[in-house]
Design a protein around this ligand. Structure first.
Ligand SMILES: Nc1ncnc2c1ncn2[C@@H]1O[C@H](COP(=O)(O)OP(=O)(O)OP(=O)(O)O)[C@@H](O)[C@H]1O
Ligand SMILES: [Mg+2]
Length: 339
């Protein structure tokens, strides 16, 4: 029942401005992927393109043998129903209560009775921890609550692919931890395919099975968490360690807006000269254990800790896979599997 999404050679521009080009990646069925990148690199545009709200200039988006990027309106409508999207701003209707916002896709896309709708909506309200707030208007609640209402709405049609655009932005660290646990549990429960756009380095390091990074109009890297977290690529290292020194500067947004061919070439030249300055990056921090679902469960798509590293002969930094209780998950995981 899990759905794979294969993106091939995707390019998107607005007028003369190239947002990103030649993006290829596979969101493995049922797995959690994270997409990182400086502000303005086109992550939100990428999500909107995936769900068919924006049409790319070139390339393919394969889902179940259909090309979402090049199909007709009717097929697109059908394919869109596979998706649940949590938009960056929540995208709630300001004049509707949270309840009506969350019920909206059900009323729009199904013939369910109000009693059935009530059961589903209240289930999702409970799931995201908004019980008691369902009668409120979006303007009457906090940004974090709006995010959670947006999440509840993204989930009501039981989507097979869920896209999250910065679900954790504007949340305090405790709420972010709860939300990450909710996301991991949701993946364990539904087996849906997840793509999360985030700026939170801790989320990126601990939640996903795959990590991707967009930078200067390209997907710099996309692959298994252990591969990306042990990568020597300067941009990847800078981003995942939240370092000030490195190829990513404050002018990133400006660079992106000047997305001309000339700008792209200059960016590539700069990038090519940067590995020489590797010493600036220091040693890699330990690879943290992956966030596990609650209740001692294991997600169907969960990779075995350390498997990618040993298959590829990569020795992780000391202290990798050790949690805050001092347990090494390379030993803990087989025990959980057996028990
Ligand atoms: N509909 C549109 N028409 C024209 N330009 C657009 C449109 N949508 C986005 N852009 C441009 O595309 C670029 C990428 O925007 P996008 O919102 O995808 O960035 P982002 O990576 O999500 O940034 P952030 O991390 O700040 O959310 C920006 O320069 C933006 O101005
Ligand atoms: Mg965005």
């Amino acid at each position: 029942m899990s759905v794979e999404v294969v993106v091939e050679g995707l390019t998107k521009s607005f007028g003369r401005q190239v947002i990103w080009r030649d993006v290829s990646l596979t969101l493995p069925a049922g797995e959690i992927s994270v997409l990182l990148g400086p502000s303005g690199t086109g992550k939100s545009v990428f999500l909107k393109t995936l769900v068919g709200l924006l049409r790319p200039d070139r390339g393919h988006i394969w889902i179940d043998g259909h090309d979402l990027a090049n199909c007709g309106e009717r097929k697109l409508y059908e394919l869109r129903r596979l998706f649940g999207v949590l938009f960056q701003d929540g995208a709630l209707f300001g004049s509707m209560t949270l309840y009506d916002n969350i019920a909206f896709p059900l009323r729009e896309h199904t013939r369910k009775t109000e009693a059935e709708i009530r059961r589903i909506v209240m289930g999702k309200v409970e799931l995201v921890g908004l019980r008691g707030a369902e009668g409120k208007l979006p303007g009457e609640i906090s940004g974090g609550m709006r995010k959670r209402a947006g999440l509840a709405r993204a989930l009501v049609l039981d989507p097979r692919i869920i896209l999250f655009d910065e679900p954790d932005s504007g949340l305090d660290p405790v709420r972010t931890a709860y939300l990450n646990q909710l996301i991991v549990d949701l993946n364990a429960d539904t087996g849906a395919t997840f793509l999360i756009v985030t700026h939170d380095v801790n989320t990126a390091r601990t939640v996903p099975d795959e990590i991707g990074l967009m930078f200067r109009r390209e997907l710099v890297m996309f692959g298994p968490r252990e591969m990306v977290l042990s990568s020597d690529e300067p941009v990847v290292r800078q981003f995942l360690n939240a370092r000030r020194h490195g190829p990513i500067g404050m002018s990133e947004e400006q660079d992106t807006e000047q997305g001309t061919e000339q700008g792209i070439e200059q960016g590539s030249r700069e990038l090519a000269s940067e590995p020489a300055e590797e010493h600036r990056f220091g040693g890699l921090p330990p690879i943290p254990p992956q966030l596990m679902p609650s209740g001692g469960r294991i997600r169907a798509s969960q990779p075995v800790p350390g498997a990618w590293l040993s298959a590829n002969g990569v020795v992780p930094p000391a202290g990798s896979f050790v949690d805050e209780h001092g347990r090494d998950w390379r030993a803990e995981y087989p025990r959980l599997l057996a028990g």
